[in-house]
Design a protein around this ligand. Structure first.
Ligand code: ARG
Length: 585
């Protein structure tokens, strides 16, 4: 279906043409003075230049032709040549009704059908999932949903940090604690046990202990380093232990991400890049791209016109070890081979911006990524506490994601119980849904690149620019629709009979442009901003209209059809943000 603004433009363009002026001057925009008009056209000013005539005379000519329009209820020429427009209620209602019948409200035009690899989440195995990874998961999940809504094929890859020193640290620590395990017996040739020699909670204790130890104990640090090298060479016992660590951690991660309504299509990690590294190094050598720098092999990536210094991308260290950049470059090789993407998008915190700049340049320079494939990194800001510093637990430790969700859920549950709207059982379930909305909206409503302050009370409030407010608005509509006793699908939206009804219909007509902006610029916060405005228009309409007690059946049905579309539009928005609404709250 067409966008309302395009239909209005077409009408005004035609009038410009009929009056003998440049048709393109008829472009209509949403009014920036809603007190004066709903839409405006400023085309008489540019038209005046070619027509050698005062803009107001041109505006007058156009307005005269629009007086009989089936689209506009009023068209006014205002000095020096503005055209102020209001749309006809019946035309608007018919348009909105068409939107109500569409299976993807808010999307107009053909899907671009891009293939996108989305790299988000990025947790490190065996380290507990903490809030540093929260933003990547939340923003990534939303961008994935937005892209898909617009018809892209998105492959979401978690890209686990599963091959680094943390693995060596755990193995070295285990070796000290349980030296008799068969994994450490070089002469052992039998099958290793199926059960891991540790639980997830033990694992979560082992890593920080080992990490702290390695900082004060040089011997231990050396053992951990060696264990990492041996693992990377697939030493049999170590590799078997690594598989245990992976299995247990991945199960735990899945549970955490499920809680957050975040999912991935692919669970690859840094370890999967390994096999792509040797052939890639060979290719880079052959092309003469690797140069020697203090014993290391690097790709110079500085370009003319760089505003700041971009150091070379280090591919192999002087001791022969490969690095984060090597893994990322090799992962791109794998992704290009396996998925032929039109775009690769990465989400990490913005401290990794330079890393991605270097990797992207190396990928272009080496021809790993052709020109037609877009490379983008979105570097997001930090989630801070009220003191403006990165969010911590009360004792100053790293806040675990699980704890954050649990704390928010408890807080919301207390609120629901105080309101006495739900029984204890339903309150518990509903609190979880609301908590996720509070956390996600609190994050997504900010521009991703900015830092934000985590504010439990504000994020969980049922009023104001919050996730729970959107849910509350949806729940309110659900309750009316439940009580109305009619099946709304057969009804149709009626011409607006109040300013509030018209404002709501106009707000709905803006959905395509607002969502498209979110899609084009990968901006979940644009979805938030639109959903918040839409919810405001719904609530104003609700307060001014006696929906259920309206005696005129036809009017009442029109109201019901209108709020059912508003509900669906809001549900689309929150789904794009990655949360859902309860039935009651
Ligand atoms: N594991 C990394 C970290 O915690 C993030 C991975 C992001 N993705 C990537 N392809 N580098 O910092």
């Amino acid at each position: 279906m067409k966008k309302l603004i395009d239909l209005l433009s077409a009408e005004v363009c035609e009038a410009f043409e009929k009056a003998g002026y440049e048709p393109a001057c008829g472009k209509v925009t949403v009014s920036n003075r809603p007190d004066l008009c709903e839409f405006q056209c400023n085309g008489a000013m540019p038209a005046a230049k070619t027509a050698h005539k005062a803009p107001i005379l041109i505006a007058n000519d156009v307005v005269a032709l629009l007086s009989e329009s089936r689209v506009f209820s009023s068209a006014e020429a205002v000095n020096p040549g503005f055209i102020n427009l209001r749309v006809r209620e019946d035309f608007l209602a018919a348009h909105i009704e068409q939107m109500r019948r569409s299976d993807r409200p808010g999307v107009t035009g053909e899907p671009s059908g891009r293939r996108v690899v989305l790299d988000y989440g990025g947790p490190n195995v065996a380290k507990p999932l903490h809030i540093g990874h929260l933003r990547s998961a939340i923003i990534g999940e939303s961008i994935k949903r937005i892209y898909r809504y617009f018809g892209d094929t998105v492959i979401g890859d978690i890209h686990l940090g599963d091959w680094g020193l943390q693995m060596g640290l755990i193995i070295a620590e285990l070796r000290l604690r349980q030296p008799d395990l068969p994994y450490f017996d070089d002469s052992f040739t039998g099958e290793y046990p199926e059960e891991a020699p540790f639980t997830i909670s033990e694992l979560e204790e082992i890593y920080p202990t080992a990490s702290a130890k390695s900082k004060v104990d040089a011997d231990f640090a050396e053992q951990a380093h060696e264990a990492t090298v041996c693992l990377q060479q697939h030493k049999r016992g170590y590799y078997a232990l690594w598989q245990h660590i992976m299995r247990i951690s991945v199960a735990d991660l899945k549970r955490n991400y499920d809680d957050l309504n975040v999912s991935f299509d692919i669970w690859k990690g840094e370890s999967d890049a390994e096999e792509y590294i040797p052939p890639m190094l060979q290719m880079l050598e052959q092309k003469g791209l690797l140069v020697e720098s203090e014993g290391a092999r690097v790709i110079p990536v500085a370009e003319e016109g760089d505003k700041k210094e971009i150091p070379p991308c280090i591919i192999v260290k002087s001791d022969g070890a490969t690095l984060y950049a090597t893994t990322d470059l090799a992962t791109i090789v794998q992704r290009m081979q396996d998925y032929h993407p039109d775009k690769l998008l990465y989400l990490t915190d913005k401290r990794q911006s330079l890393h991605f700049e270097q990797v992207f340049r190396a990928a272009r320079k080496s021809g790993i990524v052709p020109e037609g494939t877009e490379l983008q990194h979105i570097g997001f800001g930090t989630m801070n506490g009220k003191d403006g510093k990165p969010f911590k637990t009360r004792s100053g430790g790293v806040m675990r994601l699980e704890t954050l969700i649990a704390d928010t859920t408890n807080y919301v549950e207390q609120k629901i119980l105080e309101n006495q709207t739900l029984d204890a059982d339903e309150a518990k379930k509903t609190a979880k849904i609301i908590a996720i909305a509070a956390l996600k909206y609190g994050d997504l409503s900010n521009l991703a690149t900015k830092d934000y302050i985590f504010d439990l009370e504000r994020f969980s409030s049922f009023e104001g620019n919050t996730g729970p407010y959107l849910l509350y608005t949806i729940v309110r509509i659900k309750s009316i629709l439940n009580r109305c006793g009619t099946e709304v699908s057969g009804l149709s939206i009626a011409p607006a009979d109040s300013a509030e009804a018209k404002a709501l219909q106009l707000m709905l007509s803006q959905m395509p442009d607002q969502l498209y902006m979110a899609y084009r610029d990968s901006l979940p916060n644009a979805v938030c901003a639109y959903a918040y405005e839409l919810a405001g228009a719904v609530n104003k309409f609700y307060h001014e209209t006696h929906i259920l007690t309206e005696p005129d059946e036809e009017k009442k049905n029109g109201y019901l059809a209108l709020i059912s579309l508003a509900k669906r539009a809001l549900e689309v928005c929150i789904d794009l943000l990655g949360f859902s609404a309860p039935d009651r709250m």
